[in-house]
Ligand binder design. Structure first.
Ligand SMILES: [Zn+2]
Length: 81
């Protein structure tokens, strides 16, 4: 099963489940997709927004800003080495 976010010609957005990706095309070609709000059969598939938020960007390993002069005491870059 695959869920698509659909949008009708009037701009109503709704979601529906399909057995597979080609089932949407099949039903849409047969005009069997109907907007629940206005009944329009002119429905297009929108880009599916992920349900989960984007994974947090991994912070890069802390770079020692003062590497040449780092005394190795309290330097996070060196502590992780
Ligand atoms: Zn509609």
């Amino acid at each position: 099963m695959i869920k698509y976010r659909l949008r009708c010609s009037e701009g109503h957005v709704f979601e529906d489940w399909f057995a597979n990706s080609s089932k949407f095309d099949e039903l849409n070609a047969a005009h069997e997709l109907t907007c629940p709000e206005c009944g329009s059969h002119d429905v297009v598939k929108t880009i599916m927004a992920p349900n989960v938020k984007a994974a947090p960007v991994q912070a890069p390993a802390p770079a020692c800003a003062s590497a040449p002069m780092c005394s190795n005491m309290g330097c996070p870059a060196m502590q992780n080495a």
